[in-house]
Design a protein around this ligand. Sequence first.
Ligand SMILES: *Cc1c(COP(=O)(O)O)cnc(C)c1O
Ligand code: SF4
Length: 340
Amino acid sequence: MEIKRPMLARTLAHCQTPTWKRELAEAYRRPGELIAHLSLDKRLLTDALHSDAGLRMLVPRPYAALMEPGNPTDPLLRQVLPAADESIDRPGFSIDPVGDLAARRTPRLLQKYRGRALLLVTSACAVHCRYCFRRHFPYKDENTATAASGALALIRRDETIVEVILSGGDPLILDDEPLRGLIAHISDIPHVRRIRIHTRVPVVLPSRVTAELCELLADARPKLVMVIHANHPRELGAAVPVALSRVRTAGIALLNQSVLLRGVNDRTQILSELSEALFANGVLPYYLHLLDRVQGAAYFEVDTAEAARIITGLRNSLPGYLVPRLVREQAGFAYKTPVC
Ligand SMILES: *Cc1c(COP(=O)(O)O)cnc(C)c1O
Ligand code: SF4
């Protein structure tokens, strides 16, 4: 019997599940498994099980491997393990802290700033960060192909949009083929000069940064910028430099943004080491964000005075280009507002 080619291709594809997909499928989704893997006190489990409503735990194993066993205050663990403190309700913390809903121009397209429009490519991520400012975003309302093509049509009509930011969720969670299609589509819009990818994938799931992915990104006509998201120097584990070097080799500019998080990176020394480690990998520090005041994340907040003290410490010890800009996102402003 003759085997039709598409069927053969599908069969082969199934045998060769890429490493990153396997790693994503095997990610820790049950707090109990992660707690056991790190030999932590089972009391943490009770908290975790009561706290993950609305944002299930998701931790890829390569990221968990960078955590210190037996340490309940590990800065990587703290970013991803549901905590009892998430139920603290503090005034000023809301489900739409940065005015995303008001900035929606059409389903899946946000625009707050001149020249730059942000496309919500997917709601999925490779990790679930407890402090995520979009943890309550109503993706479900607009998760359709129609929304995506409507958003692209708007970008095509509006010649003032010169930079398209791929965000989500995490755009690099998409398969190569839909990503290739999207990039080709945007490349075909003459007034778009830059495509920017905001992603935590190179840090938490570096195996996703395959040679094929970098090739398809390098094919884009507009200039490509990738903004990764690392918060702590220990996140740049062994496989991360390899991924970043691939991205650089593809001619893509690399920047990093961090969120200032209590109990994670709220010390000058840690952020200084992060800047050094990033630069050693060809990545420039871009923003250090004050926490977006999203409901459930109050326990991560560092106050402005403390943040200013930390950034002054960085200025005192690093060259200017290794000091990230300390900013706060405020709904209704024309740019991310500098702090101090
Ligand atoms: C943060 C953000 C941007 C990017 O701002 P830059 O200052 O250019 O980095 C663009 N659009 C939206 C909706 C944003 O939230
Ligand atoms: S990777 Fe980004 S979008 Fe996804 S959960 Fe973390 S902070 Fe939120």
